[in-house]
Structures are given as C-alpha cells and as structure tokens.
Design a protein. Sequence first.
Lengths: 543, 412
Amino acid sequence: MQMNVRIRAILIALVILLCIYGLFGLPKFPSSFAQVKSNFSDRIRLGLDLKGGTHLILQVQTEEAVKQYTDQTLDRLRKQLTDEGVHFEEIREPDDQHINVVNVVTDLTGKFQDDIRQGYQDWELAPTAGQVSGYTMSLRATAIAAIRTDTMHQSVETIRRRIDELGLTEPVVSEYTRGQDEILVQLPGEGDPTRAKLIIQAGGQLELRLVVGGRTYSSPADAYQSQANGLLPPNTELLAGREDRAPGQPGSSADVYYLVERYAPVTGRDLRGAKSVPSSDYPGKYEVSFSLSNAAAKRFGEFTEANLQHQMAIVLDHRVYTAPVIQSRIEDQGRITGGFDLAAANDLALVLRSGSLPASVKYLEERTIGPSLGADSIREGVQASMVSLAVVMLFMLVYYRLSGLNAVLALLLNLVILLAALAYFQAVLTLPGIAGVILTIGMGVDSNVLIFERIREELRNGKPNPSAVEVGFNRAFLTIIDTHVTTVVSAAFLFIFGTGPVRGFAVTLVIGLIANVFTAVYVSRTIFAWHLARMTREAELSI
Amino acid sequence: MLEFFGPVNINWMGKAKFFVSLSLLLLAIGTISLILHGGPLYGIDFRGGTLVYVRFVNPPAVSVIRSSLAQGGFPQANIQAIGNINRPDIHEVVIGLDERELNEQKIDAGRQAIEEALKRSFPVPDATKPDLNAAGASAISDTLLRRDPLGFGAAATDRYKAIASAITGFRDSQRGGLLAGVDDLRAPLAASAEVQAGRGGADAVLAVLRDSFTVGSFAIRNVEIVGPKVGAELRQQALLATLYALGGMLVYIAFRFEWIYGAAAVLACFHDVLITLGLFSIFRFEISLTVIAALLTLVGYSMNDTIVIFDRIRENLRIMRRERLADVVNKAINQTLSRTILTSGLTFLTVLVLFLLGGASLRAFSFAMVVGIVVGTYSSFGIAAPMVVAWYRWRGSEGTVGAGSLAGSRGR
C-alpha cells in the first residue's frame, strides 16, 4: 500500500490536539480536574431546552409604523398645500397606505403634481377614479418594506438595551426568520419571565404636552359637550389618564380625560437619563425623575416660562400619568409621580432610558424550561448515549477484534471532533442536536461495518491482506461518500428552511458527518496501514 | 473470524409481491387510525395552547386541581399525571389548555390562571415569605448577603453566590427541582467549602433560610405557550423543510445514479414516514418538534440503507452485464445483508436503550427511532429495490439491463 503513514499520523495528531484545545483550552499545569470540567462546560453552549430559561417569540406590529408614516405625511402635505395656496376640498386617509386629496383647485394641479413628485418620492400619485380633480397617493412597496425593516431594527435594538439592563447572563435578542416581523428573545436561567415580558412590552413613549382648558373630563362625551361648538379645538386631542391623588385615598378609580395639545415640546428622545427616587409626596412610594439633554433643556425652559400656571401633562404611551401645574421655569428636570412601588419605578426608569419602541409588540410564543427539567434531560440524554455507545463499542470489539478497536478509536475521535467543532463555531447543543449526534454515531458505525464487511468479503475471495484492505476501503469509500453527501444535502435544506430545533439538528448532523468521513476512512485506514506494515504477509488479519 | 452470517442466496425480488402487500397493509392500518382519530395527534408546538408541567412533593389529587381550575375559569383543562417507571418517587402532573382558550392579546393568561389555581389548592405554609422551591439563585444569595449568617463581612458576595448556586444546584439536579423542607439542604451545605469557612456553619445558613423562606409543595418545571398562528406556521414550515430535504436527496441520487433510483429511494423514505406516523396515531404519541427531528433522523437512516444497496447494484451491473436485473439486485442485497443486519441491529439497540432509559422527554423521539429503523431497513430491500426492478421490467429492458447507461457511462 502506497501511503506515508508518518505524515498521515502527524496530521491526525494535529487534528486531535486542535480539538482538545477547542474543548478544554490550554492546559495549565497543574490544573485540577474541576478546572478542566468547567472549561469544557463553558465551551459547549447548551440550548435553553437543556440549560433552562425562557424563550419568547414576539411579533412587532409594523403596520403601526406604516400608519404612523402615513399620518405624518398627511400632516406635512396638508400644511405644505395650505401654505402654498394650493386649495383642495379634503385630504383623508382611506387606509394605512393611501392618502386621498379631493378636489384640488384645477388651475394648480400641475403645481400639485410637481410638489408630490419632488417632496414625496415614497408615494405613487394617480388620479382617483370617478373624480374630476381628485388624486390618490399610494405608499410604494419598497417604502413599506423599508419602514418595516427599520421598525424591526429599532425594535430589536430597543429590546436589547432593555434586556441588557436586566443583567442576565447571555441573553439573546434577534430577529427571527420564521415568520414575518418576529423577534426571538432568549433569557437563559430565567425561570419567571413576568417582569422581563412587561419590560419588553412597555412602549416607553414619553411626551410632555400642555393641557388645554385646565380641567379634566369624566368621559369623551363630556369633553365634547363642554366645548363651545361641540368640537375639540384645533390641534388638540383627548387622552385618558388618572386623576392626581395619593394612592389609597378615596376617589373614583375610573379614567378621567385630559384635553391636551397635539404638539409635544419634549419627548423621550430628549432624555439624558432617568432613575427611580423616593417619592416626596407619598412616603414609602417611589417616583421616576428624569433629566433632559442640553438642547431640550433650553427649549423646555422657554416653553415652561411661556406657560406658567398652566397644567402640563406627562404622557406615557398615550396615557396621562400626572398633570402638574407649572410653577416656575423648569430647565432640565422632571418627575413622573404616581405612587409606584420600588420595582415598578425601577422598571419604568429602565424603559425610559432605553428609548421607546417604534411599534407595539405582541407575544406569539412563550416557553419556560425550569432548570431542573434541563438537568434531567442532560442526565438522561448523557446516560442513554453512554450506555448505547458502550454497547456498540463492546460489540465492535467482540465481532471485529483488533479491527474493532480501530472502529472504536474512530468513533471516539468522531465524537471529540464533533464536540470541538460545536465549541469552535459556538453552536448551541439542543435536544434535537443530540438526535443529530445519535444519527452521527449510527452512520459512523455503519461506515466501519461497511468497510470491514467489504474487507472480509475480499479476504474470502482469496486476496492477500494489503490488497483486501485497499479494495475494501476504496469500494466502501464510494458508498460512504454517496450516503454522506445525500444526508448533508438534506441537512442543508433543513438548515435553510427550518428554524430553531430543526436547525440544531442539521448543524450537529453536518459536522458529525464530515468528521465521520475523516475518522472512518482517513484515520481508520492509517491505522490499518501502520498495522499492515508491521505484520508478515502470511499472518491472519484480525478482523 | 466471528461471523453471524455466511454468504446467503435469497431471492428477494421473488418476494416483492409479499413485501408490497405488507407495506400496503401497514399503511392501511395507519391511515384508518389517522382517519378514526381525525388526523395526527399534534403536540403543543403544532397545535397551539398552553402546557404547564408541575411537580409535587406528595401525590396530588387531580380532582382538587381540576375543581380549582374550573373555579379559575378553565373547566376544560386537561390534567394528566405523568408516570415515570424509573422514578416512582416523582409525582408530576401536566396541565393543558386548548388553543381555543388562548387570548391573542395576552397569551399567558392561562398560565397565570393555572398558577393561581395551584396556589389556592396547595398553599405554602407561610404566604408572606417567598417559596424556596421557586426562588432563583440570585434571590437566595441576596437574602444570605443581607443576613450574613456566616459572618463573612466585606468579602461575602462571591461566597454567598457560590452557596446559593450550590443550593439551587442541589435542588434542581439532585431533588428534581423540589425540596421537601429546608432541612434537605443540611448535607450539601455541610459539604460546601464556603460554609465550612464561615463561623456558624450549616446550621446558621439553615436558620436564615428557614426564617426567610417558606417551602411550597409544588414547583412548576416547564411552561409552553404557543400562539395559534405559530402552531400553523410551524406545521407548515416543518412540512416544507422536510419536502425540500427529500427533493434535494432525490436530485442528488438521480445525479449519481439514475432518476428512477432517486424516485425509488425517496418513495421508500416517504413510506417509512407514513408508517411511523400511522403507528404514532395508533399508540397516541404526540407529534412535537422533537419528533420531527426523529422523523428526519429516520429519513437519514432509511436513505443511507437504500444507497448502500443501490451502490452495490451499480457495482454489480458493471460485472454482471448478461444477467437479469432482478438477479443483480438480489445479489447486491445478499452481499450487503450482513452489513445491513449488523448496522441496523446496532442502531436498533442504541435507540432501544434510549427508549428504555431516555426518560419522558425523549420517549416519543426514541419511539419514532425504534419504529423508523425497523421500517427504514425493511423499505430498502422491500420497497426501493423492487421498485427499480419493476420500472425496468415495465420499460421492457429487463433482459439487457447491463447495457443501460448506469453500467456504462456513469460507473467509475
């Protein structure tokens, strides 16, 4: 047999060393067994199903962001047309992605069309069917896609900032490719997701707005009836909130309504920081104090000075929390009072610091795996794998004798390479991943059996040892390549089109199969060559 | 040389009719069961709904849980005790709520109702204190840090963290997540180096724990909530991924052999999956994402087996140009028979061990594997190979198959 056993052996030794390094790190002598063990468990990352923790999938309601964009465009266009004297009868929003402008004054339609083409490239302009001088603007598909992508990025970033502040170990926040607009959040070791879920879902949109009229209303109807002409003043809106009062004091618990200006001089974007502090009004309770950036502080100073003795509403997620009266010029500090307990105040401060979500989120899926269940799964999985591996190896040794030893070495090396590759690629080992490992062991055994049975067949046909081994390996190699490539092809499809657990299965399977071609063919053959070189031609091969 | 099987000479293709009838019978039984049960029994992943696994110190009265849940507004809750032959001391119950009871806006409403019902039925001894069985390592270490029972003073943080994780580690991996009382912790605490380093020892720590925590009689081990939309999405995606994978294999085999070989191999795999699904329906195992992984694994095994035989057919075709294809195929199956039996036997043994020792979380998975290996091995010679022979016989080229393109151009 023509092969350089020494070079092959060196290559194999290198692979083994590399794997051991990947799994255990550089051995520091004297290193304790516990150190080695902890290195190992640090490097093999376990999935949530084995480690325990919380797995959440949430959906960002990106259509809200699209609607918001349409709203803003409508406001901008109305203002521009009014300023330029391009008269129209009505401008409205039939749905979230369209704007109708009705009855544009006929001698200025050219200017109208130019305006849209220049300033509103995201919109497609077409005459409205059945109207003489009516136009419909449709949001282009590319613009919708861009808004969606943007909203998703922002949401992921915001949620990540919030989760990071919780101080958990190795949380995962990422876009999830399974469905549309989904985000995956994994919180390893977190057994009770209630708090994390509230924090993720909080909108965090802070606005400071002027209260109009200086009073509250018991219902929207009350608010409308209280106005002179039954209509709300221009540029105002009604927001629900609570009446300012100490917690525990008598008073109705129902919502009251505030009439506030649409314009917000200060929003969450202007915040420099937020923290919870003991409440100055209600002993034992907490409130959130926030500070503004320099630019916003200047603006806010002027605003408060101009509106002394007016009420200012502190609006969080379209709900009025408090509406204190402005007593003096305020520069850069504000408070959100409401008799929070410490945890709620802390969480609100955290949400404000991390910025607001561009759209609301909804939970689609929630899984909590208790740490004891994970520990059980690992123990049972490892136990079962060990027993079955032992059974397989014992059989190989009995049935194929010295060659069986060869197969056992190849199998063990296969597992070592598989684990090391998982460590190098920082892949995550999950329960279905263990299924991949089992399939790998199965195919490893199969490769060895294929080769050995073929060698036996050639020996029966009277071939001498070296050529029987060579023919056996050569013929079996083609079969092994075919079976392995087929399985890798299917695993690749599973990886591309599958998600979560199915992917974990595909990853371990592909790594295991590649390792198996190396161990069952290359390593095993090297050992055979080394052995053959050392025995006489007439001696019986131990197979 | 230890050998179980010498050279054999079995006319496999002569029994093709028997094999096909057997397969049709199995498929029919599975289909009837599927029809009677109204389709496959999907697990929560594919169905949507809420599942809460609860472990109890003492065997719980299911009727108590049921009436408490009915009070909480979920009279239809499905409550099942999970037995474990290997661990008779473990009492676990799984409470399931249907997908119809999920609230789109607030999908964890069911879980909260279940938790409250359990707290009502199995109250902790002292409701003012946190439950030690539900406490995380950080809560325990915070408490210890505040009370400092071992007098560590300034250097306490890391030490109490280590003690707290020793406590949760013992609770979760030795006691299955459930302590019967604070005194259970005496042995692991006494063995801890950190505890030994402080004054007061295990007794001081136990006293603080007893003072600050109460010990509840149940622990929630696992919660799964899957929204209704997700279930349908997952079902579709798993199906698509599997179909694409089968398609990919078909193309590769068609490229390496001939298209009929690819078609036969994929059809055989399909046959295996269908029979396994039928057996799942008969034995009322639920189809979860893990089971999908098992089905994919068995597709891998079955494909592997089939290709080994096909490879041998291809090799034989080059040297047996004058023989009938049926004979060539018979010879290939006989030549690889020892390998087939050894490999399948060994892998069967492996998954049988998994089935018997693998615990509840792997039960459905290993069942699929046990069935799959038997069926997958059988389908290689019982379905895939006869299909290839039947195709060439139908084409009328049986006698001169040696001149076919497979033997000529595509060989080595």
